[in-house]
Design a protein around this ligand. Structure first.
Ligand code: DGY
Length: 366
């Protein structure tokens, strides 16, 4: 079976997994991002499945081409799938696989790194040192924000957001305000237990509260971290009006998807408020940056590195391969929360993460 792989993937496990399922990976050598026409051409006349990237437009037209070529599965090498027309895939009977659970800590750690970098001016301070301008210790050199006991605003308390908040609450004693579709009693209980532990050890307590109103969170937080998927509801969730609600010296961290922030409005806000900082891993028109963004000293800008650790990227490849192989072998869709068993030598006989399994009426396991 021919499996189109639109760009080469890290590690070798994924190749072995596909081969063991009777699949031949047809790996496109070019790293250039294919557009719609190019994807249709790559799919060609015969394509049993595809492993694609978050940068590619898996539109209805492309999915129709995949179906017409005999395609029975699409695995995206990402946890986010906003670039895929899921309704079209479902209508065409194509299961769509994603790679959750193996990039949670990697992305959370990167968000922590961005937060600390923005709080303590790491990027300009590094440049200052390299440029030979560090000629004497000074009491006022690069004064930053102390995170300890300040307020963290978490938007999107999913797996990654929770791991990020846990690191800053446990490690830096930050108070947590979170906003999402619903309350997270387990998260609240975990932080209450942590606070009791801190108090017993004569350390300052931490608090946690749910903010049903995002505006309330934005006004209260010293750091606002976005961990929400991109949907029609979250596009431009942070716009000019909401930026104006934030503290003038707040830090905005975005490792989710660029269009969650109105980037032009962010540039205007950063220009008007030099003490406000933005630490971004993702961009509204990625890989383009909004005009003026790169020139701003109050930003930390990374090239979408959230999951970029060796382990995560190799594991993502293995999960994508398992999604494809399992769909082609007509195995059920996994409904367990834990994806890690799929990296073991005796994985469940299932597709690890099919986001439209319920809509397609696929059999499930367990
Ligand atoms: C994802 O998986 O959606 C990230 O943005 C890239 O790893």
């Amino acid at each position: 079976m021919r499996v189109l792989v639109t760009t080469d993937l890290p590690g070798d496990d994924w190749r072995r997994l596909l081969a063991a399922a009777g699949c031949h990976p047809d790996v496109r050598p070019s790293p250039a991002v294919p557009d719609e026409d190019r994807l249709v051409a790559l799919i060609g006349d015969r394509c049993d499945a595809a492993i694609g990237q978050l940068t590619e437009p898996w539109t209805a037209r492309v999915l129709e081409a995949l179906r017409a070529a005999g395609g029975r599965a699409l695995a995206t090498y990402a946890v986010g799938f906003n670039n895929i027309d899921l309704a079209a895939a479902t209508r065409l009977g194509i299961p769509v696989g994603t790679t959750p659970g193996v990039l949670t800590e990697a992305t959370a750690e990167l968000a922590v790194a961005l937060t600390l970098a923005a709080a303590r001016h790491l990027v300009p301070a590094d440049r200052y040192t390299r440029d030979g301008r560090f000629t004497a210790w000074r009491p006022d050199l690069f004064l930053g924000t102390l995170l300890h006991q300040r307020t963290l605003g978490l938007v999107g308390p999913g797996r990654i957001g929770t791991a990020y908040a846990r690191a800053l609450v446990a490690g830096h004693h930050m108070h947590l305000v979170y906003h999402g579709r619903s309350r997270k009693p387990e998260l609240e209980a975990e932080i209450a237990a942590l606070s009791r532990h801190f108090t017993r050890h004569r350390q300052p307590p931490v608090s946690c509260r749910f903010a049903p109103d995002l505006d309330d969170l934005l006004a209260a937080a010293d750091v606002v971290a976005l961990h929400t998927p991109l949907t029609p509801e979250t596009r431009h969730l942070v716009d000019a009006r909401r930026l104006a609600l934030m503290k003038p010296d707040a830090i905005l961290v975005n490792t989710s998807r660029g269009p969650v922030v109105d980037e032009a409005a962010l540039v205007t806000h950063l220009q008007a408020h030099p003490a406000f900082r933005a630490a971004l891993d993702v961009y509204e028109h990625e890989p383009e940056l909004a005009a003026g963004l790169a020139a701003l000293p109050n930003t930390v800008l990374l090239p979408h590195l959230g999951s970029a650790t060796h382990w995560s990227r190799q594991s993502m490849a293995a999960i994508a391969a398992r999604n494809v192989a399992a769909c082609l072998q007509q195995l059920p869709a996994w409904t367990g929360d834990d994806i890690l068993p799929f990296l073991s030598a005796t994985p469940p006989a299932a597709a690890p993460s099919i986001v439209n399994a319920a809509q397609l009426g696929l059999p499930t396991l367990p």
